[in-house]
Design a protein around this ligand. Sequence first.
Ligand code: M6R
Length: 610
Amino acid sequence: MCGIVGYIGNKQAADIVVKGLKLLEYRGYDSAGVAVIDDSTVSINKRKGKVEDLLKMVDVSKIPGTLAMGHTRWATHGAPNDVNAHPHTDSTGNIALIHNGIIENYTVIKTELLNKGYTFKSETDSEVLAVFIGMIYEKVHDVEMAVRLALNEVEGTFGLVVISTHEPDKIIVARRGSPIVLGIGDGEYIVASDASAIVEYMKRVIYLNDDEMAILTREGYSTKTIKNETVNAEIHELELNIEQIRKGNFDHYMLKEIFEQPSTFKDSIRGRLLVEDGNVKLGGVGAVAEKLKNARRIIITACGTSWHSALVGEYMIEHLAQIPVEVEYASEFRYRNPVIYHDDVVIGISQSGETADTLAALREAKLKGATILGLVNVVGSTIARETDAGVYLHAGPEIGVASTKAFTSQLAVLSLLAMYLGRQRVLSMADGKTLATELAALPDKIQYILDRADQIKQISLAYTNATNFLYLGRGYNFPVALEGALKLKEISYIHAEGYPAAEMKHGPIALIDENMPVVFVATKDEIYDKVVSNLEEVRARGGRVIAIASEGDTNIARLAEHVIYIPNTLPQFTPVLAAIPMQLMAYYIAVQRGCDVDKPRNLAKSVTVE
Ligand code: M6R
């Protein structure tokens, strides 16, 4: 949450920073601001709203200076307005900072500062930190030391960039709990919340760890802990490429990412299927193969869409490997003293690899002796680095706030993991081969659905004015019903609920009337007849049924107002195919309603606060 970018070098800095902010805007878009140091003075421009709103106020290409930093905010403390926008300064205006995270003990520090006569302009915890650093600077006359001493008093999380007119050729960066990547150039550096703001200029990066700092000047950089111990940070080569973070000819990132799924799904399984052996190869879990073989239980923890894929994973692993699986909301798991055995394997699923709750849940599991695994998309992210082993999704950067391609890639990787665990235990080679063959066929089947996007659009447009939606499915199709409902509500603001189809009779059926669209995932599997009975129950009460059905099922057309056909596949894999029309429906409805689908209100892509 919150995007931060800083630049020091010999180029005009504000432009580079603002370009970076645009790429990081998916992390928060409540306000945007830039601070530039030129000729030993700092100028700050900041404004409520998106980066575009800031650019209406100031032409950043005209701001001179080769050192700058900028911020896009996802509000935690204080309303989204101009005053609460970052950067914030100390009481003298000479030290400025941008901050991602939450200073949990800010009220204590603020009270102390108020008692000493300091005043505040904003309601933010971040300004308290700025003023606190300024107060310490008055005593130590060294910006780095002031930052370090302040951070040693701070509780909570921070991704922090500090600049100062006292030392106008220096950027100080620090991290605890909020990601920071340093781009290493030739006499120039970029610091950012993630590598997308760096990749156009630099390929070599350092990922700061918690409680580490970096000091950047045009002459070089140093890394250390906030306790002032030297750190020899490892330099990584970025695999990201600039084309991956461009919108191309699509109107929205979300649409681009939906249409990328045939290739991203392929990338997730590429080189990992051993079709002839009915098995899979997962290099990332080789080191813990024995632990996986002996695991008594698997716990999967995640949030949001990743939690939905975890549910599909639970069904698959129990089915194919016969290992008991529990799925936990990360935010609940971490606070309830969960029972964890030493032979448990705890898997965190996260697109960003930075979700605070998922990370904390994994840390808790590790502390209690479990083997922890990460199924993560963003290479080099904190979860990827802190887990014992893991499997990357290889879906490429996902920029639309609503997760689409990461979801199907999570399903791809969970399928591989379930097969891997199954082959270690009870899954026969023949069954493994059937699964592997079908998995390899899915990208073409996804493409088949995308080729019919126009039909899905026409159906969707009939429901743009709905105020409520129900999504129902059973078995493997229950989690995807949850995901369909989440997609619709987060980008179109239409209230939607996902439910197990049979559970509807125990309450939600009371909601059914002629104004209630109900999306049924009713694919041909062993519980198809039961799902059709549930569908009849909705129809009998006047509900408007949209069925996502298996191709060739002519019976269903008789029962539903609209049918969206998807290709036949194995029951384990229907969530992959059923997700596609749901994503498209949510997208078309939201666009028709005039919603900002890539940046839905109140949301941010990477939830790095609790
Ligand atoms: O990066 P993560 O997968 O850990 O993110 C988890 C959720 O915040 C995320 O899936 C969220 O629910 C998406 N906006 C859903 O589209």
